[in-house]
Design a protein around this ligand. Sequence first.
Ligand SMILES: Cc1cc2nc3c(=O)[nH]c(=O)nc-3n(C[C@H](O)[C@H](O)[C@H](O)COP(=O)(O)OP(=O)(O)OC[C@H]3O[C@@H](n4cnc5c(N)ncnc54)[C@H](O)[C@@H]3O)c2cc1C
Length: 292
Amino acid sequence: MLGEIRGEVRFKEPLSFHTSLRIGGPADIFVVPQDVDDIRHALMFAEREQLPVSVIGGGNNMLVKDRGVRGVVLRLEGCLGRAEFHGEEAIAGAGVSLSAFIREAAAINLGGIECLVGIPATIGGALAMNAGTTDGWIGDFVSAVYFLHPDGTLGEFKPGTAAFTYRHFNMPVGAVLIGCRMRLHRRAMAEIQKEMKQRLKVKKSAQPLALASAGCVWKNPPGDVATRMIEKCGLKGKRINGAEISSKHANFIVNRGGASSSDIVALMDLTRERVQAQFSVTLEHEIRIIGE
Ligand SMILES: Cc1cc2nc3c(=O)[nH]c(=O)nc-3n(C[C@H](O)[C@H](O)[C@H](O)COP(=O)(O)OP(=O)(O)OC[C@H]3O[C@@H](n4cnc5c(N)ncnc54)[C@H](O)[C@@H]3O)c2cc1C
């Protein structure tokens, strides 16, 4: 079945090449599918061999452990990489880059999703994480999600009100998202571009965008902001080997060079302990952790 895959199949592929943190041990079987059939072949192979399946989009919100990931890893960035626009509706493949999608829509005077600008993501990863900001998240714009079940059959999901919540999409277990349908609004390109520029400026001034990171490590606990709590614990700039709690944004851990996943996990453990001791709040991590 692996032989039927038209895309790439690699063995022992270092996942540090595929995560924004530049950290991660090897994937046993690494598949870069070319189309839905390739994904289906990979899923059916994994099911037959009883292997676990992990999905990576752009790898921008993931910590992969140093000893790597067993089973099959599907890397979807660039695969299913087309978007189509019909009136104020768009259909986007899971591998479409979110920023390219926003730019493409803007070029034909379609907006509404400017609040998502600057979030490094594939459409699939943005859906799975319900990526967004305090001004809106991707779930606000989605009218249907298309996916493959673990047995390779196609599914469609029309999200109700509780489907997308803070940094979470309540998707069917084991589903591989292959695309979605979104509602946009008519807006002049110049206006959209002006807003995007402004938002990018704010993001650049607040976040350490030039350094390797996985974005915010922690979810905000109810009624508070993780960044504030970490700062109050005096942890800004705290370093363990190459890993550092950013001195620009305390909810980011950056890889200053040569950091391992154990270094990141050690900083996370320290943060959790200190915040627990000072605020009696248990932080929950936003980043997805996979591997051994
Ligand atoms: C500098 C920086 C700034 C950031 N700023 C923001 C921000 O402002 N707001 C925000 O919300 N996030 C932010 N993030 C986090 C990140 O960009 C988002 O979480 C984004 O949605 C991740 O998309 P991805 O394609 O890289 O997903 P990945 O990191 O590859 O995957 C994330 C999760 O989604 C799952 N997944 C990915 N694709 C699929 C698929 N096709 N089917 C099933 N599951 C899938 C993965 O298994 C994993 O569990 C930032 C990250 C960085 C590095």
